[in-house]
Design a protein around this ligand. Structure first.
Ligand code: SF4
Length: 339
């Protein structure tokens, strides 16, 4: 049986043309219901019954399946079935009770960052806008008070820009783009495309180290996007968008956290308006570098690295370890299970 076309995650303007010759206000009503998270046309009680039936005959409102939720302190992970596998999405709650939904954009990832479980899985396919947006609606059934969204789950968002843009256009009907962050491993062309064509969301870049040779070994993406090119793209983004960029650094015990690393990072950040988010590596089984298993950084290592950056005028934030209990922390997402 062929699957009906899914209306979830379709931006309002596009929905109008899909539903034409239905009047525009009807498309608005349908969009408003979808955005409330309804998963049946029956619930759209301000539409005439005949129209609801017609819509139900042609379209569907979900193409993903909620599988389960794993709850841990400060974080919960949802497993969601999509065609060909499972994607994972995470909810993080900060000390002030604010909740952030962390969404995935791909099934697997082709970028191969050595410290990341999703990278180990390899790449299966891009998610479409419905599959990205539905993660948010699944999350909101459990947590109605999501205040921020970050595209930092499985996959590299800038390699799926078209569907990412559609999803953001749908989600930002009710959420300010200022509360949405796209996190990339450092694709210069994608960063410039975001700057030129939007959406005007916040940008985070996983830098991890500003030592070129080390970065190329930890994050193969940087072979085609060396530091100079990456910085050029960040300066361009900053000039066009005018927002502070977050540099993320996954700290790996004994590998990228010494004074030399801090100096290189400070030099890279010179001239940019950035905050550095330090993310102590979250353990993933079977991950090796130079023949040895990766290690978490010690608390002293983290503090020293942060102090070295601050000494050089960089604002740093040390990310609290959240989500480990459910393997939902940064770099720990990924399941090979098929549904
Ligand atoms: S860190 Fe991000 S870009 Fe790198 S392999 Fe993992 S999911 Fe892909």
């Amino acid at each position: 049986m062929t699957q009906k076309f899914c209306l979830c995650g379709i931006p309002p303007r596009e929905l109008e043309s899909i539903l034409f010759p239905m009047p525009r206000y009807r498309a608005e009503q349908v969009f408003a219901w979808i955005n409330k998270g309804v998963d049946s046309f029956d619930a759209m009680n301000n539409l005439p019954l005949a129209q609801r039936r017609e819509l139900d005959g042609r379209f569907c409102l979900r193409k993903t399946t909620f599988i389960k939720i794993l709850d841990g302190p400060g974080a919960a992970k949802l497993q969601i079935g999509v065609s060909g596998g499972l994607v994972e999405a995470v909810v993080l709650t900060d000390g002030a009770g604010r909740r952030t939904a962390c969404l995935s954009t791909q099934l697997g990832c082709a970028m191969g960052c050595v410290f990341c479980k999703t990278g180990l899985m390899g790449f299966t396919r891009n998610l479409d806008s419905a599959e990205i947006t539905e993660q948010f609606y699944h999350i909101r059934r459990f947590y109605p008070d999501i205040s921020n969204i970050v595209f930092m789950g499985m996959g590299e968002p800038l390699l799926n820009l078209c569907e990412l843009r559609r999803s953001i256009a749908a989600l930002c009907r009710t959420m300010s783009p200022r509360r949405v962050t796209v996190s990339t491993c450092g694709l210069a062309d994608g960063i410039e495309s975001l700057a030129d064509e939007g959406p005007a969301v916040r940008l985070a870049v996983s830098l991890t180290t500003a030592r070129e040779e080390l970065r190329q070994r930890l994050m193969p993406v940087s072979r085609a996007n060396p530091l100079l090119r990456l910085k050029e793209a960040l300066l361009y983004h900053e000039a066009r968008v005018g927002r502070r960029i977050t540099l993320e650094a996954v700290l790996l015990g004994g590998i990228n956290s010494n004074a030399e690393d801090a100096r290189a990072m400070a030099a890279f950040a010179r001239g940019l308006n950035v905050v550095v988010n330090l993310i102590p590596w979250n353990p993933v089984e079977g991950v090796f570098f130079d023949g040895a298993p990766l290690k978490e950084p010690s608390p002293v290592e983290i503090r020293r690295f942060s102090a070295e950056l601050e000494k050089r005028g960089l604002k740093t934030v040390i990310r609290r370890r959240k989500g480990r209990g459910v393997s939902g922390a940064c770099g720990q997402l990924g399941s090979r299970q098929r549904v």
